[in-house]
Design a protein around this ligand. Structure first.
Ligand code: F0G
Length: 459
């Protein structure tokens, strides 16, 4: 028989998990005001809230934690990290930061001013936040197909080049750079093809602008190029990564995802002027240039993590686990953003809880039901997260209403995937009995989903 696919690692250290009863979860959820961010991690059996900073480091990374060098200036670990990033991406200049949003803050402080427009493919919340905070506009140029969850496209996270070119033709002087997010988290962890990256480069060159890659999950993107795009099957992940970055001018990185570390980020670029500009903001916001927001030991572990994750067996193990979970959902007929992306399953709540009106937040209701069912914590990426319109103060019901179940890297086994799938199946099977959702009893003006207080509607 064919030898089945299995993990390219074995487990050396474990963290015991506490299982709970439904009665306990009912109480904890009530105490948390029906907001899953309000739960303590011990109240969660399988945590799918995020894949950010939740992965397991390897023995080589832990060894690097011991050899990392804690110097305020000139740490050898910084130079190891800089060498690794340079080798993988071709970027000469590196500024470490404490996480991805800090990289955005430092770089955008230099590049973005009031009135600017930054086109891109589904800017991540913090990216958008850092643009809007500077009174500039984040212009979404994602392909329309990304909004149809049931459409199967190999590269559903791409930039729509017609939309991008229109923006540049009309406003080139207001566009300091284009941002391309690889993979596209907001659209469901969907990848961007090499062809699309090349096309975006050609448009940028035509109008004389530059390109930043928001790179949190760049290795996942490279894996999809290898497995889905013609001409890349025989290339190594490292070769694909190198070609991807040949089309960019710089990158912002949240190392908490594809860097395989629990905290960290960086900016890297090929341009001295961007480096010189960003440097001025690194020192007051983050720290001296050779540590930014990081410890020496963490930079050392990150250098190893970047190298390790750009090896096929590491990234393949990760993506295949996400695909394993997706295959279970297919078996049970549960609708999600198709095809499954790199880091998570995004269940389409509007197609599951069809009895619940949008005013009662179907995705949030679904996330609560799955937690109650088996202690699995997902995250609403829907109408609550969308906040209210800043002018009309009405809820924004225009987008998708999804529940994201992220898979932490190297943390859970496929048995855990079976539990997530079974929890979803049980809720899915009784979906017609779930008739009422939740109502908001307290909220903040911006990013309300983190702290919103909810009540279940029972009558
Ligand atoms: N860019 C993307 C595409 C992201 O997904 C994130 C974070 C960031 C930037 C910001 O990085 O958290 O290190 O400051 N995403 C996490 C998530 C929080 O759950 O998707 P950060």
């Amino acid at each position: 028989m064919e030898i089945p696919f299995a993990e390219a690692y074995r487990i050396k250290m474990v963290e015991p998990l506490r299982k709970s009863t439904r009665e306990e979860r009912e109480k904890w959820l009530k105490d948390a005001n029906y907001n899953l961010f309000g739960l303590k991690s011990e109240q969660v059996y399988i945590d799918c809230l995020t894949d950010s900073g939740t992965g397991a480091m390897s023995d080589r990374q832990w060894a690097a934690m011991m050899t990392g060098d804690e110097a305020y200036a000139g740490s050898k670990s910084f130079f190891e990290l800089k060498e690794t990033i340079g080798r993988l991406t071709g970027f000469e200049y590196v500024i470490p930061t404490h996480q991805g949003r800090a990289a955005e803050n430092v770089l955008f402080s230099h590049l973005v001013k009031a009135g600017d427009i930054i086109p891109g493919n589904s800017h991540f919340d913090t990216t958008k936040g850092h643009i809007e905070f500077r009174k500039a506009t984040a212009l979404d140029c994602t392909i329309d197909a990304a909004k149809d969850t049931q459409l199967e496209l190999p590269f559903k996270g791409e930039v729509d080049c017609a939309k991008l070119e229109k923006a540049l033709a009309e406003h080139a002087e207001k566009i300091p750079f284009i941002i391309v997010t690889v993979t596209n988290n907001t659209a469901g962890g969907q990848p961007v093809s090499m062809k699309n990256l090349r096309d975006v480069r050609a448009i940028a060159d035509k109008y004389g602008t530059r390109i930043v890659f928001d790179s949190a999950r760049f290795v996942e993107n490279a894996y999809f190029i290898k497995t889905r795009e013609e001409g890349y099957a025989d290339k190594t992940i490292k070769e694909i990564v190198k070609e991807m970055y040949s089309y960019a001018d710089g990158m912002t990185m949240s190392s908490k995802k594809d860097g395989l570390v629990n905290m960290g980020g960086f900016i890297a670029t090929r341009h001295e002027d961007w480096y010189e500009g960003a440097k001025r903001f690194c020192i007051p916001f983050e720290g001296f240039l050779t540590y930014g927001g990081m410890n020496g030991r963490d930079m050392a572990a990150l250098a190893v993590g970047l190298d390790e994750n750009t090896e096929l067996e590491t990234i393949e193990t990760r993506i295949k686990q996400v695909q394993y979970l997706a295959a279970k959902l297919d078996e049970y007929g549960i609708p999600y953003q198709r095809p499954v992306g790199g880091h998570a399953i995004f269940v389409d709540a509007s197609k599951v809880l069809t009895n619940i009106p949008k005013e009662e937040f179907p995705a949030q209701t679904l996330a609560l039901e799955v937690y109650l069912e088996a202690g699995v914590r997902g995250c609403e990426i829907g109408y609550i997260l969308a906040d209210r319109d800043p002018v009309t103060r009405e809820n924004r019901f225009g987008g998708l209403d999804l529940v994201r179940f992220c898979i932490a890297r190297r943390s859970y086994t496929n048995n855990h995937m079976d539990v997530i799938a079974a929890a979803l199946k049980n809720v899915y099977d009784r979906r017609h009995e779930i008739k009422r959702g939740v109502k908001i009893v307290w909220e903040t003006e911006l990013m309300r989903h983190f702290t919103v207080k909810l009540e279940r509607i029972t009558e």
